[in-house]
Design a protein around this ligand. Structure first.
Ligand code: 3PG
Length: 213
């Protein structure tokens, strides 16, 4: 894994999602998250403007390490790489997406939810993967079961992670970081309450520090 990415995740093992229709709003969200101490950000490909949002956050928020999320296809992966992202995240495991990222020497975290998927990712050479949707697929219990056999793999649980259960997930040593949308609530974004996003990010960072330090 890229060393800078790894050391930032060690310092604050939380990866917020940014979903926006407007690149200017995406940049404001990113600044708010960085102000709260979270600097590894995932811009998700779920709006028509997502690629523009990604590009603007890469260009305008140099303190952040920006990844692409919800990367479903090689086309998505190539466009995200062209926007300058530093890592790629997918909800599932699609081998050509993984290969595209590896060829570009960019970290890739495909989603896995079963031992078979984790084993396929492991055999592609990956030692870090997303666990999605974490809460629905067994949460902490499933993570412990997976990490008991995939002993050199680190997982990034997302899906149903929140301030209420963040400490429990981060208490599992195999967890690299937790991701999720709870840091950027839709209504808070719509009302442009960027200070509230900074507060939520700061809370998450404090929870992480209390578990990991
Ligand atoms: C993702 O893309 O990782 C998921 O949307 C995260 O799930 P959440 O919205 O429950 O945090």
């Amino acid at each position: 894994m890229n060393q800078e990415l790894e050391s930032r995740l060690l310092a604050a093992p939380v990866v917020p999602l940014i979903q926006a229709d407007d690149p200017g709003v995406a940049v404001e969200i990113a600044h708010a998250l960085v102000a709260g101490g979270l600097t590894v950000l995932e811009v998700v490909l779920r709006t028509d403007a997502a690629l523009k949002c990604m590009q603007r956050v890469v260009d305008d928020v140099p303190d952040a390490i920006v990844g692409a999320g919800t990367v479903l296809s090689v086309d998505h992966a190539k466009k995200s790489l062209a926007a300058g992202v530093s890592f790629i995240v997918s909800p599932g495991l699609h081998v050509p997406v993984v290969e595209t990222a590896l060829q570009a020497k960019v970290d890739v975290f495909p989603g896995v939810a079963t031992p078979s998927e984790a084993q396929l990712a492991w055999n592609l050479g990956l030692r870090a993967m997303k666990f999605f949707p974490a809460s629905q697929m067994g949460g902490v219990g499933m993570l412990k079961a997976l990490s008991s056999v995939f002993r050199d793999v680190r997982f990034m649980p997302t899906g149903g992670v929140s301030a209420a259960n963040l400490a429990e997930y981060l208490g599992v040593p195999a967890v690299l970081a937790c991701g999720g949308s709870w840091l950027t609530p839709k209504e808070v974004v719509e009302q442009k309450q960027f200070g509230e996003i900074t507060r939520i990010a700061g809370d998450a960072k404090s929870i992480a520090a209390s578990v990991r330090n």
